[in-house]
Design a protein around this ligand. Sequence first.
Ligand SMILES: N[C@H](C=O)CCC(=O)O
Length: 426
Amino acid sequence: MVLKMDRSNELFEEAKKYLVGGVNSPVRYFKPYPFFVEKAKDCYLFDVDGNCYIDYCLAYGPMVLGHANEKIIEAVKEQLELGSAYGCPTEKEIILAKEVVKRVPCAEMVRFVNSGTEATMSAIRLARGVTGRKKIIKFDGAYHGAHDYVLVKSGSGALTHGHPNSPGIPEETTKNTILIPFNDEDAVKKAINENKDEIACIIVEPVMGNVGCILPKDGYLEFLREITEENGILLIFDEVITGFRLAKGGAQEYFGVVPDIATLGKILGGGFPIGAIVGRREIMEQFSPLGAIYQAGTFNGNPISITAGIATLEQLDDRFYKETARTAKILADTLRELADKYNIPAKVYNIASMFQIYFNDKEVVNYEIAKQSDVERFMKYFWGLLERGVFVPPSQFECCFTSIKHDDEVIDKTINAMEEVFKSLE
Ligand SMILES: N[C@H](C=O)CCC(=O)O
């Protein structure tokens, strides 16, 4: 190993004694051991061995303003003095909810929760409760968090670590989860025809950011909108990744397709745990205490996360969207050029501030094709970049993100690192 990672190694040995696999989320582990972080600032992570990395993982998505953003720190410090959990409502929840409603096209009402996992779990319950139907359609490779109904043919860490179907989930629990390939209209039609009046919802990541970066084919999201409407099925956009990222109003604004319900997280909490279910008023009002569909949580609407969320959304201006998209595109174009120049079979996808490379000669339009990508070469690319001070997620089944702090100087350094890495990739 070129990188000096001795202290990380020591900490990993210690961590393994107390924490399963030495980590608290599987995506954080990579062989032989991950670097341990000491601190982070702007677009940089600093590890315990004194290495500094340009960060394109951004904590798997939330840190789009960069790490340790001054305005968020100031607002959170102030809120900490006022208390960190009340079990009672606060005015700040209204402020953040209003901001969400202003931005996100389908959002007429909001329920704040603590994670994307909780958001999708409750959104599915809501859809089932409202429609009185049991079945749901989920796309192969989509990752909607770590709860039972959707952890089948799943992306993200489940796929990276070789278990897209997690043991421990009874087949009775997932027998109502219909799995179909993404970007395939006929598969959707067939599933709906075979399960007439039984499907509560289609849940979809408009851009599949948990199996790399798979883009919807032109017209595909529009097709999902039409066919769900025609069949009394609720359309759920899982915008935990795309929300506030592709545009102020997320993927639904970017693509101009408005779902019935959406789930949010990541950016919404400004680096603190949060999730949200949003949707049309008559649907959302079925949640308790107005309706009978139960949804609850001690930390729902937690004042620290809400405060960080308000301070974050305030800073997502037009310049933010323009710049983060510009830098991600430069990197995606660079990767394409390098793959061409060094004759490495690769496909690169990019939308707004998201991008990912697959070492694959086929267009990656779904999970089956994504899975055929060359993992070994990807890990060579990953380590090559890391050794040159650039951190991308350690799996091609995750997505890279740019933040507002990735300026031209940082991008140039990244391009140089990429060029050096590609030279050694054959
Ligand atoms: N891709 C996951 C979430 O979106 C990564 C986060 C995790 O599993 O820790």
